[in-house]
Design a protein around this ligand. Structure first.
Ligand code: HEM
Length: 165
């Protein structure tokens, strides 16, 4: 269970880090080549995260041994957060194909934002289960820092449009 949970988290963090890392590596040709390679495979990395997350959930259900107990344990916020991530992963994985991109149009990009929600609930799940922050912070602090330029850009765009209005 431990390994599948960690692998799901690592693939999720990697999938979300690719685009900001790509922007950072623009002035560094060899780094950019690696990032381009990863960018092309971003969808597979996301599906790998969902796959390991599903495996982790299956191991949990097998370990718990009864569906009744699984439902009873849903009351625990540490486990509920894991289920929320699993549901978000399922939605992202089933729509991660070209037919869904065509069908959902601009809604597809909006749905992809659920990956950030999945990251937030994963961090919460890990923290509530483990109580130690060191391993968690190693993965989530760099991811958070990588999102800062994007957040600043979005906020300044918002304030400019407010001023114009
Ligand atoms: C069905 C939903 C889930 C349930 C019920 C669940 C439950 C659990 C349980 C009981 C553990 C402790 C395992 C152990 O001590 O060996 C655990 C650990 C962990 N889970 Fe989940 N989980 C779920 C979904 C997820 C998902 C989707 C992810 C990642 C995206 C995830 C990430 C982790 C991580 C990183 C750990 C390791 C925490 C640690 O002990 O340091 N879990 N989970």
């Amino acid at each position: 269970m431990y390994e599948s949970g960690i692998l799901a988290t690592q693939f999720l963090v990697l999938a979300l880090a690719i685009t900001p890392l790509m922007r950072l590596s623009r002035g560094w040709p060899s780094g950019l080549a690696v990032m381009c390679w990863l960018q092309k495979r971003r969808r597979y990395i996301g599906v790998a995260a969902a796959g390991y997350g599903t495996l982790h959930a299956i191991f949990y259900v097998r370990h718990t041994g009864s569906l009744e107990l699984v439902l009873l344990e849903l009351e625990e916020i540490s486990l509920l957060t894991g289920w929320i991530v699993t549901v978000l992963f399922a939605a992202l994985a089933v729509t991660s194909n070209d037919a869904s991109v065509r069908l959902l149009g601009r809604w597809w990009k909006r749905l992809q934002m659920a990956a950030y929600g999945a990251a937030l609930f994963t961090a919460l799940h890990w923290w509530l289960i483990d109580q130690f922050l060191d391993q968690l912070l190693i993965w989530f602090v760099p991811l958070l820092l990588l999102q800062v330029p994007r957040l600043v850009k979005a906020l300044s765009k918002r304030s400019t449009s407010h001023q114009a209005g």
